[in-house]
Design a protein around this ligand. Sequence first.
Ligand code: TYD
Ligand code: MG
Length: 453
Amino acid sequence: MAKTQSFTCSSCGAKHPRWSGRCDACSAWNTIVEEAPLTAGPSKKTLGGKGRSIELLDLAAEEAPPPRTCSGMDELDRVLGGGLVPASATLVGGDPGIGKSTLLLQAAAKFAGAGLSVVYVSGEEASAQVRMRAQRLGLGDAKVRLAAETNLRDILTTLDRERPQLAIIDSIQTMWADNVEAAPGSVSQVRSAAHELVSFAKRRGTSVVLVGHVTKDGQIAGPRVVEHMVDTVLYFEGERGHQFRILRAVKNRFGPADEIGVFEMTGRGLAEVANPSALFLSDRETRAPGAVVFAGVEGTRPVLVEFQALVAPSPTPQARRTVVGWDGSRLAMILAVLEARCGIPFAGLDVYLNVAGGLRVSEPAADLAVAAALLSAREDAALPADMVVFGEISLSGALRPVSQTENRLKEAQKLGFSQATLPERSAGSIPKGVTVCQMNDLATFVGEIFGAG
Ligand code: TYD
Ligand code: MG
């Protein structure tokens, strides 16, 4: 049989008929690699024969919700959609050193405490290292079975013998399937190992959690190609210099995506943060120009965060636009709307925008808070210290209402904020004791908050 060649982008997983320097699908350079075929596909002859007829079902057939096991770590259970689902496959991705192994070791101990049989397979650290870490975290007597192994065949044989309810594989990049001729960590190995483990999960009813490393630019062969195969994709993120870690669901077949769990890295492992708003605002300077508190919602939970902007004359002809924690093209859009609809130019000015605490905000509802931070920095005029801001800005300069107004305002009130600026026609009632200022467009906002000048 002729050897079939296939080329895959290690960044986005797109398939290409031939090698090229740039992936058409994700525009990344130098990411296309040749991949050995996993198995020979079925030949024409076998498909021509008579197959088994498959029974078709109605959509309306009764299906009980999956039974779930809660670890007792609320931040983790919520992100999973209300606990761990049996026979599910979960990918936990994140930068190296962010704390994935720590999180999963703690989760393993918690799930074992909740009555599950748990196996933790480390392909990166020796058993002694994992045991030492467990003891340092105070998990020495958790009923977690441990193995340090990278040979996938041996791991699957062992799992088949043990039939655990939860198996944690740390990490998928170190796994090595002996039927694939490629180095561990390559696309074919990662894809093959993930495929084997996910089908094991479905076949044997074991929940499998895979750890995957990603680098900042997502270049390395890895989690991207696994994302399609698993039920749930969680990303563990955070800035190195900050102690906060965010566990974010980006795909979940058993629950809402976009849910976040907040943790704090301490000397004794990860601690849950039940009230992230207080944490993100804790070191807030009062009434600083350029600082605006945004009442946001992450998944089902309201979270207050501070946007900080700095606007200064640019020493170079090409003014800088630097963003941390928010979308750079969205910033460009808001600068354009401020200029075109409100007559406030930013040409010749360097603009820096930062979300305090290392959180990444992706809600369009943050538009108005960003605009307020930019104006406040540009005019060197601080907003009232007890004010929160939220609302989406459209290209016409109109303010569009956003969801969960009541939720946002209640959280703000809980943290001592008593004023809010938001779009008109926002649904939901206003909690007593909060003064709201509602407006229709950005120009009105500029006039109201910063005066006609
Ligand atoms: P780790 O879980 O090994 O990261 P990953 O598996 O994602 O590569 O975490 C490594 C970092 O976490 C390391 O820099 C030290 C820090 N850490 C703590 O601060 N406290 C702790 O209790 C532990 C176990 C780790
Ligand atoms: Mg690790």
